[in-house]
Write a new protein. Sequence first.
Length: 167
Amino acid sequence: MNRFSNQDLGATLRFRLGKALRIAIIGVGDELQPFDRLGMVAAKKIEQLHLEHVAVFLAATVPESVTGPIRRFRPDHTVFLDAADMGVQPGTIAVIDPKEIRAGLFSTHALPLPVVMDYIAHEIGTGVTLLGIQPDRTHPENDLSGEDQGYLDRNLLLLSAILRDRG
């Protein structure tokens, strides 16, 4: 997996999203499971910003369910947000290469996420990026601690700024 500092994450996302006019954000995860809900939580926070030319799709545990709406939106780039155990500080956001996803890493999905991502990339013709969000696996029954939630919020501010200022 690719692990980036905030600076590296910002540079990578600016490179991937900088020329995209229309961006689809797909929140993935099981909202009933604190360790798996972070993709949905992050997508909802981005949705509240009402960013121009950014559409948010809440796929939950069935990411293939949003392929039709994404096709109609016709994005230049699609960003998946999902919880991923990367062994880093909870609240960390990192770009993950779909080829490096281990079996079971995204076990709550109806179809494996790389299959859905490949379909969207090839059939819809959009660039695709997977952003993993590190949950707190030490206390899976709890949401992120205050400090870790603050770290996630800072990472989401970075992502939001890139989405707002691209082009």
